[in-house]
Ligand binder design. Sequence first.
Ligand code: SF4
Length: 613
Amino acid sequence: MPFDPQTDIERLPTEPGCYLMRDAEGRVIYVGKAANLRARVRQYFGATSDTRYFVRLLDRFLDRIEVLITSNEKEALILENELIKRHQPRFNVELKDDKNFLHLRIDDRVDWPRIDVVRRPRRDGAKYFGPYHSASKIRSTLKLVERHFKLRNCDDLSFKNRSRPCLQYQIKRCPGPCVLPVDRDEYAQQVGEVMLFLQGRRDELARQLEEKMKAAAAEMAYERAARYRDQLQAVRGSLEEQHLVDLRAIDRDVFGLYREGGFLQVVVLLVRSGKLVGSRAFGFDRQGTPDAEVLSTFCNLFYSGGNPVPHEVLMPVEPDGAAALHERLEELRETRVRLKVPQRGSGKRLLEMAQANAEHAFFQARREEAVRDGGLVRLKKKLSLLNMPYRIECYDISLFQGAQPVASRVVFEGGVPKRSGYRHYKIREVEGTDDFAMMREVLLRRLGRGLEEGDLPDLIVVDGGKGQLNVAVAVFEDLRVTGVDVVGLAKSRVLDGGAGPDGAPLRSAERVFLPGVKDPIVLRSHTDELFLMTHLRDEAHRFAITFHRKLRIGRNFVSALDRIPGVGETRRKALLRHFGSLKRLRRATVEQLAEVDGIGVQLARTIHEALAE
Ligand code: SF4
C-alpha cells in the first residue's frame, strides 16, 4: 500500500537512523539520515511541508519509506554513505566515480619507499597526495621528483631480485638501494622532502633545502651543496605555479555551492599551506534538498570515498548533523579537524572564492550543454526528425583483416558519448561478408529486444549510404517500429580531379540520407550538427578499430604463446591483461613476467627464453 503520511509517519521510530524512500517498483529513490527518524520524515509532509522541488517530485514517485535504526547519528552518517553507494538513488547527490583522477601514494612505513600512481586512495596507512586531474600534471610532478629527489621507481619484486642497479642508478636518478649500501637516514630524509613537496608545503621545503645547502657549503661538501641547490631551484620553480590565497599556512578544504532551479553545483577548493593547489567541481541535477542537507551528505561521501581530510573544512552554512559529521571527519583523519562556517577574515574570503567558483562552474557547464542542445535542435530541424535526438545510436559494420566481420554500436546521449552503451555484435546468422545482411541481422536483434523491453533510441544512424538505410527501413517495417527516426550517414568521397590549397585531394561534403528522400542532405561545414554527426561516425570507427586491434593482439598472443608448455588459455589471458601487447610482453624481463598472476619464476624464465628465440 502506498505511503500514507496521515497514518504511516506515526509508526516510524524516533531513534536515529536512515530512511529509504522507494518508488512503486521498489527502487530506492532517496536515502536520508536523521537524529530522529519520525521527526525528519514528518518535515516532508503536513502543514509545515515546504514546496521544494524534491518534495514535489516525491508526491509523484514515493510509494513507501523504510527505516534502519542506528545507535547514534554518526553511525547513521556512515550507513547513509553505504546506502547511497549501494542504491545510487536518483534524488541523492551522488559522487561520480573518481576513476579519472589520479593520486600519488607513498608508504613511508616500509623499507626504501617508492611513489605509486593509484586511482583511489585506500585507508591502508600509506600517504596519498592529489587528486591530479590530468596525466600530464602527474607526469611533470613525477619527473621533477624523480630528477631531484631520487627515490627508487622499481617494483618490489625487481627490487628484491636485482643483482646490480638498473639504468636509474646509471643516470643518477636512484642511489641503488637494491644492492648498494645506501644511507637509510638520508633516503628517509629524501622521502620526507618528497612528501612535503607533494603536500604543497613547498615554502617549508624550500627553507629546509636552503639551510642544508648553506650548511653543506660551510662544510665544503660542494657536491652535496650543489644537489641541494638544484632541488631548491626546482622547488622554487614549482612555487611560482601556486597562488597564495591564504596567509594562514594551514591545509583547508573550502566548500562552495551554487544552485539554480533544480541544478546544483558544488566546488571544493583545496588549499594547502595557504596555497590553492586544486579544485573539484561536481554538478547535480534534480536537487532541491536544502543546502545544509546537501553539504552534510556530500561532505560525508567526499571524504569517505578516500579524499584526505585536511586540518580545516570550511562550509557556507552549518551542515545537517554537524556534530556527527565532525566526529566522522576526525575519525577519518585520526586527529583533530575543525569544521567551520567562517563569518569573517581569510576563511570568509576563501568561502566567497569557492562560491564564485561554483557559480562559474555552473555557467560553464550550462554553456557547454547549451551548445550541445543547440546542435541537437538544429540537427532535428535540418533532418526533419520526429524526435529531439537525445539518444542516438550509430551502427557500423567493418571487416577484420578483410574477412572477419564486426558490427559495432556507439551511443550518444545529450550530444555526448555514453560509453556504457557501446557494444560489439558477433554476427551469428550471415555467412560471408554481406554488409547489408549483417546490418539487417544486427538491427533486427537490437530493435526486437528494444520493442520487448520498451527501450528504443530517438534516432538510429547507419553508417553508409542509401543501401544501408534501405536495409534499416525494411527492418523498421518488418518489426513495425514507429516513433524512432533513422538516417544513413555517408562518408565524404574524394572528388575526381583537383586538389585543395594544401595539396590534399578535394572531398565531397558529409551527406545524410533520409528515408523516402532521393537526394541526401548536405551538412554545412563548421556547424554544430555536422560536428555532432562526424563525431558520432568517428567514434563508431574508432570503436570498431579498437575491437579489431584487440582481436589482432589476441591472435598474436595465441600464436606466440601457443607452443610454450604450461601456458594455457587462463595464463595467456592473464599475460594479455597485464602487458596489453605482444611488443610489451617480448620486452618484459623475467621479474616482470613473474609478477603476473599464476606465473612463477620458473615459468617466467621459460616464457622469456621462448619469446627471445
Ligand atoms: S637502482 Fe635499484 S633500487 Fe633504484 S630503481 Fe633501479 S632497481 Fe630500483
